[in-house]
Design a protein around this ligand. Structure first.
Ligand code: 0L1
Ligand code: MG
Length: 257
């Protein structure tokens, strides 16, 4: 019998090397097929700790049908947002910082109180929200061609790379987020469109999902954290020199260059 030489620590090292060397690798499960979801979340936590940046929130991934169909994975997942991922609107992301970035529009919650599962409902989740805003997330899988299984992408912190928040903030009770529409454009050309209902039927469902999923690992969403509820549309390639805009009905326009 061959004993696997893979460990949580080794997976962290390999993913760190891919990120810092800007070189995509093959899925870890190609070499470590025994990697299960619980261990993958251990890798994710250790990976973020190794990067050393302060956690400022959580992202949900694969919450919309568009994204699940594209990636061939039908289960949502969570990842950590750290302060070094936050980009200021209008400040260009230098070409060469990332491997093969893609960008997707999201509805973002900022929490006014701590939100801990289990048993969080969409209504109790929304009661914890201070403000809602628009965002653009830049994802950048450390795996070649964005090819991965669910444990691979969980280990890779849900492909997290950068995100930008819009400057319009609204109180959540003032909007019907299921009907909040977004038009995505690249250099002014229409690319895609969706409404908030694309995310688990309503972004509140995604927020409750995040709180309950974290509770399974003894964790909670903390006051002041941002929660990216998941790409409304499929993610589109983010190429050097391109300007991507997401124009929302009530949440303003977010721009990334
Ligand atoms: O934010 C996301 O939906 C990304 C989740 C991971 C899958 C991907 O890389 O598209
Ligand atoms: Mg996303």
């Amino acid at each position: 019998m061959t004993v696997s030489t893979w460990t949580v620590e080794r997976a962290v090292e390999e993913l760190r090397a891919a990120e810092t060397g800007r070189t995509a690798r093959r899925p870890i499960t190609d070499d470590w097929p025994e990697l299960d979801l619980a261990t993958a979340y251990q890798v994710q936590t250790a990976l973020v700790a190794a990067r050393g940046a302060r956690v400022i929130g959580v992202k949900l991934g694969l919450t919309s049908r568009a994204k699940q169909q594209r990636m061939g994975i039908d289960a949502p997942l969570t990842g950590w947002l750290t302060e070094d991922m936050a980009v200021e609107a209008g400040i260009p992301i230098p070409a060469g910082e990332l491997i093969h970035p893609r960008v997707e529009p999201e509805i973002v919650f900022t929490l006014g109180t701590r939100l801990a599962g289990p048993g969080v409902t969409p209504a109790t989740a929304m009661a914890a929200v201070r403000t809602v805003s628009a965002g653009l997330e830049v994802i950048d899988s450390r795996y070649r061609d964005f090819r991965f299984t669910l444990p691979d992408v969980v280990a890779d912190n849900a492909s997290s790379a950068r995100f930008v928040l819009g400057d319009v903030t609204r109180e959540p009770g003032t909007l019907d987020l299921g009907l909040e529409a977004c038009v995505l454009r690249v250099d002014g050309e229409f690319a895609d469109t969706a409404t908030g209902a694309a995310v688990q039927g309503h972004p509140a469902n995604a927020l409750a999902l995040a709180a309950n999923a974290l509770a399974e690992r003894g964790l909670a969403l903390e006051e002041g954290w941002h929660v990216l509820t998941g790409g409304l549309t499929d993610a589109i390639p983010f190429r050097p020199g391109h300007t991507v805009t997401a124009e929302f009905t009530h949440l303003g326009t977010v721009t990334l260059r």
